[in-house]
Design a protein around this ligand. Sequence first.
Ligand code: HEC
Length: 321
Amino acid sequence: MKNSASLLRVLAAQLISFVLFEVTLESDGQWAIEKYPVIWAVLGIILLISIAIEIAIHALNNVLFQSLDDAAKERYLAAQAAKKTTQFSGIKRLYKKLLDSKPVEEEHEIILDHDYDGIKELDNNLPPWWLYGFYFTILFGIVYMVRYHVFDGPDQTTEYEMEVAEAQKAIEAYKLTAKDLVDVNSVVALTESSDLAAGKAIFEQNCVACHKSDGGGGIGPNLTDPYWILGGGIKNIFRTISEGGRDGKGMISWKQTLKPSEMAQVASYILTFEGTTPAEPKEAQGNLWVDPEATQDEAPIEETPEPENEKVTDSTTVAMK
Ligand code: HEC
């Protein structure tokens, strides 16, 4: 008994220190013991110390016991034995109570008359642990029915939708902190002057050779007019920068060089060219861009038709708008 009690105490010490570590150490959703493997070592030391303490106490008891005279030894042993019989008596009593079965000696009181070839039946009470569980299910059923069928609590679909909406909010919040998550579907024109300044710097560094620093165009088309070969608007411009222009025209894909946030910045900067008058503007190329989102609420990103003729300068496209 002494040994099993010591074992329990040692295990308890381990468990308590483990729980304390997990509860007190900040580990961002991870197990603390995974994040700080040194905890293993600390737990090991605690294990050694608690074993040492148990051994020391045991040895001390032994020495004290040996120092007793015979009568005292006997009294001590008797006390120990008495302690053992009353050990866990509360738990044992509770266990019996939850079973509520008749002791074997009293079974004759509850035996039923049937006798099936020598097999007899006892009329035991329902075990209280089972009975209370059964009452609980009835109570649960009533509460459930009232909550969901009388007062129309949220059903699975609604709960699902609520969770999705919450997650959506969390994603939005996360996207605000993680700017590089923008892609062609989520990009919006940035208006912060810091973003536009960054876009300008990127443009000056990478794009002016072909588009001129005022966007007037050279090898590349004029970016200041409302005519776009590959589609205007933030999404199309972002896609052109990210994926490049048509094969062989000279506009490469920039997604290997620029981060998504940088492409969004330079695309937003390009939008600020519109309406300015560059020093040597290149003639308009492509189609007049009408923002579909200005008229429709939910505009899918524009599929830009491959223009047959680069230099669409006739007036029909304008008139058709
Ligand atoms: C080597 C020259 C060159 C460089 C450098 C260059 N471009 Fe271009 N760009 C072009 C050409 C050529 C086109 C036309 C592509 C086509 O016709 O398919 C173009 C088209 C574009 C368009 C679409 C214009 C339209 O009318 O649809 C945008 C937007 C654009 N470039 C932005 C940029 C940005 C931003 C950079 C810098 C990160 C850049 N370009 C760097 C040559 C260049």
